[in-house]
Design a protein around this ligand. Sequence first.
Ligand SMILES: [Zn+2]
Length: 741
Amino acid sequence: MSGEHVLICVAWPYANGPLHLGHVAGCYLPPDIQARFERAKGNRVLMVSGSDEHGTPITVTAETQGISPQEVVDKYHEINTKALMDLGCTWEPNIDPRGPEFGGSLFNRTSDPEHYEIVSDNFMKLMDAGLFERKVMQQYYELREDGGRFLPDRYVEGECPNCGAEGARGDQCDECGVTYEAHELKNPKSKMNPEASIEIRDTEHFFYRLDFFQEVLEEHAIQRQGVWKPNVKAMTKQWLDMGLRPRAVTRDLDWGIPLPLDGDEWDGKCIYVWFEAVQGYYSCAKLWAKRFSNSEDYEKWWKISENGKPPRHLYFLGKDNIPFHTVIWPAIIMGLNHANKGLDINTPPSLPGPRDLSLEDNVPAMEYLMLAGGQFSKSRKHAVWLPSFLERFDPDTLRYYLSINMPEAHDTDFNWPDFVEKINSELIAAYGNFVHRVLTLGARLPDERPLSTFDNLSHCTDEMEKLETLHQHATSSLERHRYKEALRTIMSAAQLGNQMLQAATPWKFLKDLDADGSKESMAKLAFGWRLSRYLAIMTHPFLPFSAQRLWESLGESGDVALASWDSATDWTVPYKWGESEPTPLFQRLDLEEILSQEKSLAGEASDSNDPGHSVKGGKKKKKEVKKMPEGTTHLDFETFMEVELRVGKIVSVSDHENADKLYVVAIDDGSESGRTICAGLKEYYTADEMVGKSVVFVANLKPRKLRGIMSEGMMLAADDGNGGVKLVTIDGDIATGSQVR
Ligand SMILES: [Zn+2]
């Protein structure tokens, strides 16, 4: 369906540290893929999220580091916003390029004063409708000269009443996992100020009447049975089966939204972070409309229409957050609907109808991405951090790996060997090589007979049919939030392209375009351009950076993001061709290099407070500087390692038609397509002497055209400067493509 209003709600990252890859796989990459896909389908997408900036973990960090909570959140809001943008998440531009009627996005923060206003307003509405109850609780209180303060649970430490572990928190023991009432903790102490005496005092708070919504929430969960994933259904049911109880929405803390109430008794209390941050999905849409469109436009993404059609709400979050979004948040939304209609606690609540705020359609929550078998953890510093990852790698490699490895149905694992393997042998071998082959072979055609002149779809009906089926499959997978499956389907289309070229062998006809069979073979190569265009459009939600590079290499103009998803299978779009010389879409990765980098980063991180990287057992290596004889210019090791040397076998050697001294050498380099190198070896070797030799070549030399033929690298040879030139060959059998170092 096209033109539908889709609200994409992304879990709000907590501004207390940098994001790690576990967060990205679980919460931040899937919604971006979905948003890009929905937009390409012609839907009107508004994507909302922002930094969650209140609560005690932030005040604890601030007190520990001796800075203000504001400094903590300012720092991580900036770091995380930048990391998400660098990852290609579409938080900019705020307005869809097709206009605000198509939506846009806003990555806000909960410290926004207008978020305060909206939350305070909602608080009063719910209170006036009688949906809060007041209760007295017991809370630890730290006595001080200046009057003292209430201690949130995280500020209290003691011995666990269950297992006796030291360092148990005020409400929960991390060692054995039990939760308890604050007064049950043994030997309680103030964490920040262990010398201070503490006591238990009464404190009054507001509780939201979740129990009031028990039945409508059950009804809602039943209605969503066909849509929700098994883990979402199960966790929601578990919560509802336990029976809902009123839940505290205020607490004793001054870092948060103050209670919108008069009276000294509310001083030092704020709205509980869980209750206000979740309202960010709503406030953010309202503020987006106010700032980038018309104020009332938020209703298109939030309210059910007069005739009962709801906007489609998708919430992206990790599995630990499911009941929050299927039970608690719907209860708040229904409370607001109730209050907006002027009803109170004396009238039973009902599911939303026309003109009401809408509930979630789907909550495609993810399982966890593990790091080398263990859970990613901010506090234990067992993580790979997003900002530092993006400093070193093409973001599309991460997007590819996390998508093909997405923890959709069960936990998955991130480890470096698997990352390198999947990038090199899947992304590059299937997709990267196919499009590069099409572009480089196409570039070798003479100017007067460009590839477009061979475009003849009648030779490609089989391929067209298969690709259309794959397109349907990928579409259906994306509609069901099966990202892994969708990406695998798209990669199989690239594989089909490789097989097509392998069977058609167009390189054989480049020298004689009028030979028998050339027309059919070249028609396949020409269709390769159309298939590459298909791949640019379909990989775009997953791999936006490389899709755009490919789009431009193909001669297409503008932003691939604006190409219609369904036009991928339009085989009649006018044929174009890029001006620039084709370059590979991706760089191969080297595992050993990455592992040694990881080790040194882990060492650096352990030497400073900055949570840069962490790998168990990583130690900083001492840099040794060896003295060298004077007069030698040194190349540092990193620079040397940038040269990629590989083993290739010479398959065939022919004369270069336009250059007397050059051979055109076809090399089996271990890839499917092989490569061509122009070499000035005619004076030293006959063609027959060269064929069959295993040689060493520079694999990452920038390809360049030598008199009309693209040369992709350079073979190494020894030169005595006296007319003697000998190729560097390999001593014995080894696989082509092997690295030389
Ligand atoms: Zn315990």
